[in-house]
Write a protein that binds this ligand. Structure first.
Ligand code: SF4
Ligand code: SF4
Length: 441
């Protein structure tokens, strides 16, 4: 485990500010309500995702695909422009490490991370780390289980006798978070995070990243003889959480946290000079005074693709009807001809109301490839509509009947387009195409 030396400075203060905003977001987002409903929740047992008052189901998997593609392209786009800034500034791994470090430094002071720190002090640090791990694990679990229900369950007398499933997950994530923060930390970023492997391909000489101004810095001071500006104080090295030497060039282990920038700003400040390490592109390090090229083929391609995905997702969301309908021919009762030349087809339907309001849904034949008119019966009766409660589903049966004209009999299968409309809101409408079979005589 590397516990890097603490350093103060402008970047450290700015990161504290960002973390002060992010931590409440991580912890309290699942507690927020949109009206009476969850602001955000992935309800895995019921296969529903709640977001901003909307309910999404696995049948709408294309939103997930667009989300993942969008996330991937954002990763490409922002890494091309500003390097691995997500890792150093916003990733929960980094934010939580800072929280754990703050606890360690508050309790142990300058002895934090040293072997000769007092044993009771170390024990207290680990105790507080476990407490924070429990809180972190609960925060994570509450993205999947209702935190208000979790509180009620804890209060109930049956809690200890039969703990709910979320308690096992909380225990697992507590152990994971504690072990990660106490023993792995930024070594995860260096060796395990897949994003670190990507970054070298996504970045180029014009990407803004933490970079060492080797032109000014080298050759660094040796045995008191100074040629370049680097004093070889090695402060940038000892503050680095991943234990790398940024003076050796862009490194896969650099998470762009900027600690070395603050370190060098301090050292160079004593010499009355500008920092040798800063957020700049390699081109700027080679040719001081050049401006960052934000617009270049790579950023244009990623930016355009990201914009296309955003437009596609926006259009789909704008036109989305929060209703899922599935209508399948009955497997048991086959299409049949009844006396009088009438042909009947039987179907089983399933309606899923993805809103929180009750809906009265009218099912009617909108179009058909049959020449003869098609009559519809819901559940075998002339029922006008199906009632579906908010955030609920309803199974139903449909019978379609027609008296086929001679030209209809020439084709064994026809297409029927069903229109499902909310009686109170005609814009809440969905179409579904189903087959209609004429039995062979
Ligand atoms: S090299 Fe600097 S920016 Fe990169 S991880 Fe180390 S301290 Fe952070
Ligand atoms: S902190 Fe600056 S001066 Fe000190 S070793 Fe690093 S680059 Fe050189």
């Amino acid at each position: 485990m590397v516990i890097s030396r603490h350093i103060t400075g402008k970047i450290r203060s700015a990161r504290y500010l960002v973390e002060a905003i992010l931590l409440p977001v991580y912890f309290f987002l699942p507690w927020l309500r949109w009206g009476e409903h969850p602001f955000i929740r992935l309800d895995i047992p019921n296969r529903k995702f709640y977001l901003l008052g909307n309910i999404f189901t696995p049948q709408e998997g294309y939103y997930l695909h667009l989300f993942l593609i969008g996330m991937g392209l954002s990763l490409f786009f922002f890494t091309t422009l500003i390097g691995r800034v997500w890792c150093g500034w916003a990733c929960p791994q980094t934010v939580f490490t800072d929280v754990f470090d703050w606890i360690g430094r508050t309790i142990l002071g300058s002895k934090y991370g040293k072997k000769d720190a007092s044993k009771p002090g170390k024990a207290l640090v680990h105790f507080l780390w476990i407490l924070v791990s429990i809180l972190g694990a609960l925060a994570w679990v509450s993205y999947f289980a209702d935190p208000y229900e979790m509180i009620n369950e804890v209060k109930s007398s049956a809690f200890l006798a039969s703990p709910p499933v979320w308690t096992y997950f909380t225990a697992f994530f507590t152990a994971t978070l504690y072990l990660d923060m106490a023993f792995v930390r930024e070594q995860f970023c260096k060796y395990a995070c897949p994003y670190a492997r990507f970054q070298t391909v996504m970045m180029d000489a014009n990407s803004v990243n933490v970079t060492y101004d080797f032109k000014r810095g080298e050759p660094r001071r040796k045995a008191g003889v100074q040629e370049g500006d680097c004093t070889a104080c090695n402060l940038c090295l000892v503050v680095c959480p991943t234990g790398i030497d940024i003076r050796e060039g862009t490194n896969v282990g650099c998470i762009a946290c900027g600690k070395c920038v603050d370190a060098c700003t301090k050292t160079m400040g004593k010499e009355g000079k500008k920092t040798l390490i800063g957020y700049m592109s390699e081109t700027q390090a080679y040719q001081p005074g050049t401006k960052v090229r934000w617009i270049r083929p790579r950023s244009l391609v990623y930016g355009t693709l990201l914009l296309c995905v955003l437009i596609a997702a926006g259009t789909l969301l704008y036109n989305r009807v929060p209703l899922y309908a599935n209508v399948l021919p009955d497997r048991i009762i086959q299409p049949m001809e009844v006396p009088g030349g009438l042909v009947r087809n039987f179907y089983n339907g399933h309606l899923l109301n993805l809103t929180f309001e009750q809906r009265e849904l009218k099912v009617e034949v909108a179009d058909s490839t049959l020449r003869s008119p098609v009559h519809i019966l819901l559940g075998g009766t002339e029922k006008p509509a199906i009632q579906v409660s908010g955030n609920d589903s309803q199974d139903f049966r449909i019978i379609l009947e027609t008296t086929p004209l001679p030209e209809d009999n020439s084709k064994p299968t026809h297409q029927i387009s069903l229109r499902i409309t909310d009686l109170k809101n005609p814009n809440f409408q969905l179409k579904k195409t189903i087959p209609f079979r004429i039995p062979i005589k």
